[in-house]
Each structure stands twice: as C-alpha cells, then as structure tokens.
Design a protein around this ligand. Structure first.
Ligand SMILES: [Zn+2]
Length: 254
C-alpha cells in the first residue's frame, strides 16, 4: 500500500478533525438532541465509507478518533474503535439512503431544532418573509412523515422528495442539509435554521407579514451563492465558529 495508504489515512484524519469540530459547533449553537441526530461525511475513495457519531455520546463528547467508520449499509468498518462504539442504525438509514443515491451529498446534516421542527409542522412549511428565507426559498424540498425510522421502501421516496435540491424539510420531523463539503452543508443549514427561527417569531406577532418579492429572492439566491456550481471549500463564518470551539475545548482533536 505504501504512500497511497498513508495519504488516505491523512485525508481521513483531516476529515475526522473537521467533522468532530462540526459536532462541537452544533453543540455550541444548541442544535442538539442529547445523543440523537447525525452529521455524516463520506470518506473520499472507492469504498464509499462514512463517518458518523458514536451512539450514546453527546455532541460535545465527539472527537476525531471516536467517530465511527461505517460502510454504505451502516455496517461498522474494522478500525481502532471498532469494539468500543456502535451507531444508531435507525438514524443512519436516512443518511445512508441519501449518501448512496445522491453523488453530491458528501456531507449530510440533520437536526430537530425546535424552530426547524416547528416550521416542519406547518402545512405551508417555510414562508418567504425574511432575509434568510429569501436566500434559499424555492430551493427547499419537502418529505412527508412516515414514522421515526426509515423503512426500505421509503428510501426511494425520500431521495425522490429531495430531487435536485440540497435542503430538505422533513415534515413533522426536522431539517436536513447536504453539501459537497462540510462547509457547504453547514452554511445552507445555518441559513435555513435562521429563516425558521425568524419565522417562528414573526408568526407569534399579530398583524400581517411582508412577503419578500420574487425579484429580491432571485437577486439574493444569485448574490449569496449558497448553491454555486463550484463546491464551497472554505467558509469564513464556519472558520469563525471553529475558533470558538477551539477556545472552548480543543479535546475534539484527540
Ligand atoms: Zn430525525
């Protein structure tokens, strides 16, 4: 194997570091549900293996080395932490269905944040009444709720629901974002989360809402560039949050 193997290991370790940091960023932002939900990334290479959080740990306990490597079917790949941790099989089925069927979905983030879930419980879903919604409106797909765990025959329906979009509102359930990089999935999800938080507050006030115009929406989608042709390889806001988690607790690097 020689250098090739070492390069792959280096690449996997870099990915482990960044993914573990992303769990800590989610924890800092409060986008957590104790030990549930997942952020997953595909490890580059022909094997189509993924990294996922060990089941039972909070996001602030995730580290580069305790992330679990699984294959496309959610079976653990033998490695240093093989015996130590299991994964949430039921939770992983949503991620594996998308990772396996959508080539560009290299990173998938899924949350049950109260504001995101609240919007997912409304028949009309996300409204286009604020600056954040206007950056993503018309680029969001919806999937009807069929129960907590994804059954085999729902996998295809889920992938069909997403279509060519990278943001998904799981009705009655939560939010989901995909990207070709961690940064890309993150900035999309952050924008959707902000749109949902704003909508919840807006809907709590009396009086009519102001719809964002089609022209402003088209302008913002073009200007903010969350859906570029080229993958987002870095992001200043993601880096800014990285510096916070580094300051709070750099143990994710172990
Ligand atoms: Zn969920």
């Amino acid at each position: 194997m020689g250098n090739g193997s070492n390069e792959n290991n280096d690449q996997e370790w870099e990915l482990r570091l960044k993914l573990a940091a992303t769990y800590r960023i989610f924890d800092y932002l409060g986008w957590t549900s104790i030990i549930f939900n997942h952020i997953t990334t595909r490890i580059p290479g022909p094997e189509h293996n993924f990294l996922i959080n060990p089941f039972g740990l909070r996001y602030d306990e995730v580290t580069a080395s305790n992330l679990v490597k699984v294959d496309a079917n959610g079976k653990k790949v033998r490695g240093s932490n093989y015996e130590e941790w299991d994964i949430n099989q039921a939770g992983f089925t949503i991620h594996s269905a998308i990772h396996n069927k959508i080539e560009d979905a290299l990173c998938i983030m899924h949350t049950h944040t109260p504001a995101g879930l609240a919007v997912a419980c409304k028949t009309d879903g996300l409204s286009n009444t604020n600056i954040y919604s206007s950056m993503i409106y018309d680029r969001i797909s919806y999937h009807d709720f069929e129960g907590v765990a994804l059954r085999d025959d729902e996998q295809e329906r889920l992938v069909n629901s997403i279509g060519s979009n990278s943001l998904l509102i799981l009705r009655n359930h939560g939010l989901l974002s995909t990207g070709r990089t961690i940064e890309e999935a993150f900035v999309r999800l952050w924008t959707l989360q902000m749109a949902c938080e704003t909508q919840v507050l807006t809907e709590s006030m009396l009086g009519p809402n102001i719809e964002v115009t089609r022209e402003a929406t088209a302008f913002n989608i073009k200007e903010v560039r969350l859906f570029n042709d080229a993958p987002r390889k870095s992001d200043k806001s993601f880096d800014a949050l990285l510096r916070i988690v580094d300051k709070i607790d750099p143990s994710y690097k172990s």
